[in-house]
Design a binder for this molecule. Structure first.
Ligand code: AMP
Ligand code: GLY
Length: 427
């Protein structure tokens, strides 16, 4: 019998913990800090998070509670070295990459160079360390479709500027350099539909999540408006065949994991490749060292295997390498966000209708940014709820069910959501 700790507070963490709680081996799921939806059933919230100042307390918690498995949800504590810190305390059952391996997301120069070395298809680019070098790269790179400027380090989703022309890139460069410094990856702009592929690495092998997922990052319908953390996701995306996913596993995920192993810094944890399907085939836009949010929410609704067992196996390189299995059909997640998101928002607004929504067939309401105050749920973040629905018959029904659930929820003062999640795939 085992206790699990999930670090993080979003919809991704709620979905991971929800799935974990379905394991017969799991007696309790602790969330640090969790949210208004996580302390139910086997769930318990602990008022700690991934900031360095809480690491000592997290180590103590894992020891005192005899946690059998810790899963780190977001990238920031991974990039800061939480896994290494816990391992140095003898706590080895922590699922997520080391600081060295987390550079794959935290350092765009590092990932660009690794992909170049491994011949992984990506946009042509130049790693620049001064404004002058960036200007020169903007002038010399092929720019038929435009130029993309990427800040080298983690920038909370604000570090990528997609420009349609060289002139626009020249104009936007100074503000980016002022805000984030002069280490900028200048790359050609690619075009095509985007999708994500996920795997679970044990340091040597990748267990593939064999469904293509699509996120919807822009705020408004039709993919317009400011970029967000993601306004909805669905899978399996019909755009991504199993052959394509397996090709990506062989030509992208496995070489990355082998390279980390060869460098002496094995990559363990979720591996997330963000791809774009160009006329020349799929190319990698970025790697992340965690699960995607909201892609995780529909994925957890589709995964058949016991998540506790799957993740625990990744600590044993001698374990049998079984394929992951998924339910037939599809799942769709619609994000409800606070008015004003991704800009400033008001918190503490009451949320209602959750119980009715959760009673609808196939519907699972994961909380993203909420807080429980007495017996009421209040808003506590930009993305408030991840309304997710599964349907065995496929995406049309899953999407319909998700939007039916959205219709029974209200938030004082209103909320925003996209009405076209998965629309391109079902039309
Ligand atoms: P990244 O954090 O590198 O994934 O970039 C965030 C978003 O910027 C991606 O999801 C794409 O929509 C866009 N993007 C990044 N790189 C490129 C590129 N080379 N060409 C076109 N769009 C890009
Ligand atoms: N779905 C986008 C992300 O998790 O970064």
């Amino acid at each position: 019998m085992a206790k699990v700790l999930i670090l993080g507070s979003g919809g991704r963490e709620h979905a991971l913990g929800w799935k974990m709680a379905q394991s017969e081996q799991v007696t309790e799921v602790l969330f640090a800090p969790g949210n208004g939806g996580t302390a139910v059933g086997k769930g318990r919230n602990i008022p700690l998070d991934g900031q360095v100042k809480h690491w000592e307390a997290l180590a103590k918690l894992i020891q005192q509670e005899q946690i059998a498995l810790t899963v780190v949800g977001p990238e920031a504590p991974l990039a800061a070295g939480l896994v290494d810190f816990l391992q140095s305390r003898g706590l080895t059952r922590v699922f997520g990459p080391s600081q060295a391996a987390a550079q794959l997301e935290a350092d765009k120069f590092f990932s660009y160079k690794m992909m170049e070395k491994l011949n992984i298809p990506q946009a042509c680019g130049v790693c620049c360390t001064s404004m002058a070098a960036a200007k020169e790269a903007i002038q010399t790179l092929a720019s038929g479709r435009g130029i993309v400027l990427k800040v080298r380090g983690l920038a909370g989703g604000k570090g990528v500027v997609v420009c349609h022309t060289r002139a626009e890139a020249m104009e936007r460069l100074p503000l980016l350099v002022d805000t984030f410094g002069s280490e900028i990856l200048v790359a050609e702009r690619l075009s095509g539909p985007e999708f994500s592929v996920f795997g679970i690495s044990d340091g040597s092998r990748v267990r593939l999540i064999e469904i293509g997922l699509q996120d919807h990052k822009p705020l408004y319908d039709g993919d317009v408006g400011p970029n967000t953390g993601g306004m909805g996701a669905y899978g399996p995306a019909p755009l991504v065949s199993s052959t394509m996913i397996r090709h990506i596993a062989d030509s992208v995920m496995t070489p990355i994991v082998r390279e980390f192993k060869a460098q002496g810094t094995p990559y363990t944890g979720f591996l997330y490749a963000g791809l774009i399907l160009t006329e020349q085939g799929p190319k990698v836009l970025e790697f992340n060292v965690r699960f995607g949010d909201p892609e995780c929410q529909p994925t957890m609704c589709l995964l058949k295997d016991d998540l506790y067992e799957v993740l625990t196996r990744s600590f044993d390189v001698n374990s049998a390498f079984a394929k992951l299995s998924f339910l037939p059909g599809a799942a769709c997640c619609v994000i409800l966000s606070s008015q004003g998101y991704p800009g400033p928002i008001k918190k503490g607004l009451p949320v209602s209708g959750l119980d009715d929504a959760a009673k609808l067939p196939g519907v699972q309401i994961f909380h993203s940014g909420t807080k429980r105050v007495g017996d009421r749920i209040e808003t506590a973040g930009g993305r408030v709820l991840s309304v997710t629905a599964y349907a065995p018959s496929g995406l049309v029904e899953a999407t319909k069910r998700a939007y039916e659930a959205v219709a029974s929820i209200s938030i004082e003062g209103g909320f925003h959501f996209r009405t076209d999640i998965a629309a391109k795939a079902v039309s």
